[in-house]
Structure formats: structure tokens, C-alpha cells
Ligand binder design. Structure first.
Ligand SMILES: Cc1cc(CN)n(C)n1
Length: 330
């Protein structure tokens, strides 16, 4: 698994950093973004315009003897960051690590939004619940849903250390990827996400309650996105922090700032503490004067999004038995 840092200045509320994993679709190797916040497996296909295909690995169904068209099926997905893709559907054998799934729905993109052209990925592999897969008229299952019966345990775990190679462990927990003992929170899959109760947080020695709030564990989102009251309370602890419209979110002086830790409650009991040093995402402007925060606003609603910033601090365990989400410090 390779981490790719998107170094462009954020023009949108948060950047997409891809965790690229090499998978083989019928022997054709592709770098896919493993996304626990969506349920579609889609790939750059040869039906894309030549300009979109440049620099990418392209899946060519015609050169795969095991590919079958899923006739009359279409898909179309729109992500929270404004990106999107759509196309047709087939099935093929998809192998990750040592596990192959035959007749896996592989969604062929014939249209993709511009951000995917510049990103180093060749598609996405959805790892949320299959209930939000976008294929019509017959909804399709995720690779994990199809694979889990053949795994030693019906779980996978995300190991995504900051600025280092990471891994996804399917079917087992790798003790080299975490410390201590994992703690677990019940998952409510009603919305198709790995969603847990997240009703309070701690910053600067104060505990703040967020009655009725939840959080989704989303490896496809780069940052931690929380409701505005929490984001304001956090940056109130950071001198010089401002919410900059022009820079696309909360920024603070790069020089001389020590960011506070942020503890978020996951489930009924446990808090996960993200060290402040992981909450400095990147310089927000060419001069490097202002730095862009790893915590940004989720916009409206009561659902926080715990993205890669969270996984930079915690091994994340997605366990279909329950379902439940476990975490342990890296
Ligand atoms: C492409 C993509 C995936 C996600 C998270 N599920 N976002 C926000 N964008």
C-alpha cells in the first residue's frame, strides 16, 4: 500500500489523499483508493476519453477472458467533496492480497470528474456497506461483502501511518500494526456507513457534549470533519487561527503554533485522542505562513467524518461481526 500526499493547496474544504493499493482485476494491476465511506468498486476503463486516461492504469475488459458484461446496468456516484464518476458494469475476478473474488461487480467509468484525472489513482474500492452501492437496476455487493465468508474472520483493518507505507489487513489483525488492546464501538449500518455514536469530544482539558451526534470512519476522506461547534471550540485554543474563505477552511500560523490534541468519543465509552501534531495538514499558501488544519467543518448535520487524520493515529478495525468498529493506537 502506498500513500500519496496531494500537495496542491486546498481549493475545496478538504483534500483527497489516496491510499493506493495495488489490486488485480483479472491480472490487470490497478491502484485503487480503498474507501470505507462508499460501496462502489469502479475503475478507469478504456471507454474514457484519451485525455482522462493519461498517466493511469486502465482496465481493459476486452483483454480479460473472465469479464462478463452486466447488461443494462449503470452506476453513478457523487462524493461529499464534489467529485464523481459514472459508467457501465461488468463482473470479473478481483484479487487483493491472496484473496480472489470471482464475479465481482467491476464498475467501468466512462465519465469521471477532473479531480480523478490528476489524482494518482485508477479507481476506488468501496468498503462501506453494500446497501449504498449505486448500481442499477440490481444493486451489487462490495468486494469485502463477497470475500468475507472466505476470510478467517469477517473483518478488515486499516493501517495508515502518517507519511509512511500502510496496509489493509483482510481477515486478521496484524499485531505489528498497533499497540495495546483494541477497544470497540457498536456500528449502526442504517445509513450504509461504518457509523458510531460520537456524542462528545475533549479539547484543552474541557469535555464538550454533542448530543445525538455520530461519526463515520471513512478512509476515503483525508481530514477529520466535525460539526461547526466542535471545530470552533478546537481552533479557539489556537492563537491566530481563522476560518479563511479564500484558503478553503481553518488555517493558523505555521510558525510557533503547537496544536492541542483532540479526543473524540467513539461509541458509549471510549475516546480516541488524535495528537495535535497530526492536525497540521499542510501549508495553506505558497509562502508557508499559514497552515491548513487537519480538522475542518463537515458543513451541516450531526454526522462527523473521521478520515485519514484519524487513521494516522489509530489502527482501524472494521468488523462485520456486530457490526462493530475497533481501534488501537499505532
Ligand atoms: C472520492 C472520494 C471518496 C470520499 C469519501 N468516501 N470522498 C470525500 N471523495
Amino acid at each position: 500500500l502506498k500513500k500519496r500526499q496531494d500537495t496542491s493547496t486546498p481549493a475545496v474544504p478538504y483534500q483527497q489523499v489516496e491510499y493506493l493499493v495495488n489490486i488485480a482485476v483479472a491480472g490487470q494491476k490497478l491502484n485503487l483508493d480503498f474507501d470505507t465511506g462508499s460501496a462502489d468498486l469502479w475503475v478507469f476503463s478504456d471507454s474514457l476519453p484519451a485525455s482522462s486516461k493519461k498517466g493511469h492504469n486502465i482496465y481493459t475488459p476486452s483483454s480479460s477472458p473472465s469479464y462478463k458484461v452486466l447488461s443494462g446496468h449503470k452506476w453513478s456516484i457523487a462524493y461529499a467533496d464534489g467529485s464523481g464518476a459514472s459508467g457501465t458494469v461488468g463482473t470479473d475476478t478481483v484479487t487483493i492480497g491472496g484473496t480472489s473474488v470471482t464475479n465481482q461487480a467491476v464498475e467501468l467509468a466512462d465519465r469521471i470528474s477532473s479531480s480523478f484525472v490528476t489524482d494518482g489513482l485508477d479507481g476506488l474500492l468501496g468498503l462501506s456497506f453494500s446497501s449504498i452501492n449505486t448500481v442499477k437496476p440490481t444493486q451489487q455487493k462490495t468486494w469485502f461483502d463477497n470475500a468475507k465468508a472466505s476470510l478467517s474472520s469477517p473483518l478488515f483493518a486499516a493501517y495508515l501511518p502518517f507519511n509512511a507505507n500502510g496496509a489493509y489487513d483482510f481477515g486478521y489483525l496484524d499485531s505489528a500494526h498497533y499497540s495495546g488492546t483494541p477497544v470497540y464501538a457498536p456500528v449502526d449500518d442504517t445509513n450504509g456507513f461504518w457509523e458510531v455514536a460520537s456524542t462528545s469530544y475533549k479539547v484543552g482539558g474541557t469535555t464538550h457534549s454533542l448530543p445525538g451526534n455520530t461519526g463515520i470512519l471513512d478512509t476515503g476522506t483525508t481530514l477529520a470533519l466535525m460539526v461547526d461547534s466542535a471545530v470552533s471550540a478546537y481552533y479557539a485554543q489556537v492563537s491566530g487561527a481563522v476560518n479563511s474563505r479564500s484558503l478553503g477552511g481553518w488555517v493558523f500560523p505555521c510558525k510557533g503554533t503547537t496544536l492541542p490534541d483532540l479526543s473524540v468519543r467513539l461509541g458509549p465509552t471510549n475516546y480516541a485522542t488524535i495528537p495535535g501534531k497530526l492536525l497540521n495538514f499542510q501549508p495553506a499558501d505558497a509562502s508557508g505562513t499559514q497552515c491548513y488544519g487537519g480538522l475542518q467543518s463537515v458543513g451541516g448535520g450531526t454526522m462527523n467524518v473521521y478520515g485519514d487524520v484519524f487513521f494516522n493515529a489509530f489502527y482501524g478495525i472494521f468488523d462485520a461481526n456486530g457490526p462493530r468498529f475497533g481501534f488501537a493506537p499505532l
